[in-house]
Design a protein around this ligand. Structure first.
Ligand code: PEP
Length: 254
C-alpha cells in the first residue's frame, strides 16, 4: 500500500498561498512514492481543489459538522466540503478536541457524516504528555479509538501525540512503532481483515530531517504534517522520504 502524506494547514493560508502550493504540488506529485493530500482552511479549499484538478493530489477539509445541513451558524457540513472539491476530511484533531471540547462521540458522528458524504476520513487520536508520563498512552488511545471510530470504518487513523504537535519533539522510533502496533491490534480485533489494511499515519513534528526514519517504521502508513506542510519544499521533501510501495503492500487503502 502507498503511504499517505497529508498536510494540515490549520488556520493559515490565503488564496495566494493556496495557488502557490497547488503549482508546486502539481509539478512534483507524479514522481512521488506516496499519495498526497492537502487540507487548507475552508476559505481556500475550493481554490486549491480547483487548481489540483487532473493531478494526483487530493484536497480535504480540517473538520466537519456531524449534520448534513441546518441551523448551525459558522459550521461546515461534510457535503459542503465535498461540494467545494474536498475528497477527504480530518476529524478529531487534538486542537479540535481541546479548543472545542470535542468528545469521542462527536468525533465518531463527524466521521460518519464524512463517510456518508463520500469523503475519506482521517480520525486523529493521541495522548497528552501527562498521560504518556503516567504510562497511560495505550489506555487513552484505545479509548479514543473505541469511541471515535464508526462501526463500519474504511478511513485512516492518525496517531498524533499531543505533546509532539508543533513542539519539535517526537516520540522515539521505538515508541512510535509500539503505538502503531498497538493501534493495528485494536483495528484488527475490531474490524478483522479490514483492520490490517487501514493506513495509520504518524503526526507530530514530522520534518524533512526525520521523515525517512518515521515513515519507514512498521505499521506507519504515512504522515499527518502541520507546520512543515506550509512550506512546499519541506512538504515535498517529507513526501519524497516515504518508502516505495512493494508488491506485497500495494493494496489500495482508504
Ligand atoms: C498536526 O497538527 O497535525 C501536526 C502534526 O502539526 P506539526 O507537524 O506542526 O507538529
Amino acid at each position: 500500500m502507498r503511504s499517505l502524506v497529508a498536510g494540515n494547514w490549520k488556520m493559515n493560508g490565503a488564496t495566494a498561498d493556496a495557488l502557490h502550493m497547488a503549482v508546486a504540488l502539481r509539478a512534483a506529485a507524479a514522481s512521488l512514492p506516496c499519495d498526497l493530500l492537502v487540507c487548507p482552511p475552508t476559505t481556500v479549499l475550493h481554490t486549491i481543489a480547483n487548481a489540483l484538478i487532473g493531478s494526483p493530489v487530493a484536497a480535504g477539509g480540517q473538520d466537519c459538522h456531524p449534520k448534513a445541513s441546518g441551523a448551525h451558524t459558522g459550521d461546515i457540513s461534510a457535503a459542503m466540503l465535498r461540494d467545494a472539491g474536498a475528497r477527504w476530511v480530518i476529524v478529531g484533531h487534538s486542537e479540535r478536541r481541546a479548543d472545542h471540547g470535542e468528545s469521542d462521540a462527536l468525533v465518531r458522528a463527524k466521521a460518519e457524516a464524512g463517510a456518508a458524504a463520500g469523503l475519506s476520513v482521517i480520525v486523529c487520536v493521541g495522548e497528552t504528555e501527562a498521560e504518556r508520563v503516567a504510562g497511560r498512552q495505550n489506555d487513552v488511545v484505545g479509548a479514543q479509538l473505541a469511541g471515535s471510530l464508526p462501526g463500519h470504518f474504511t478511513g485512516v487513523v492518525a496517531y498524533e501525540p499531543v505533546w509532539a504537535i508543533g513542539t519539535g519533539r517526537t516520540p522515539t522510533e521505538a515508541d512510535v512503532a509500539a503505538m502503531h502496533s498497538f493501534i493495528r491490534g485494536v483495528l484488527t480485533a475490531r474490524f478483522g481483515a479490514a483492520g490490517t489494511e487501514t493506513r495509520i499515519l504518524y503526526g507530530g513534528s514530522v520534518k524533512p530531517g526525520n521523515a525517512k526514519a518515521l515513515l519507514g517504521l512498521p505499521d506507519v502508513g504515512g504522515a499527518l504534517v502541520g507546520g512543515a506542510s506550509l512550506v512546499a519544499a519541506d512538504f515535498l521533501a517529507i513526501a519524497a522520504a516515504a518508502p516505495v510501495a512493494t508488491l506485497s503492500n500495494t493494496a489500495a487503502g482508504g
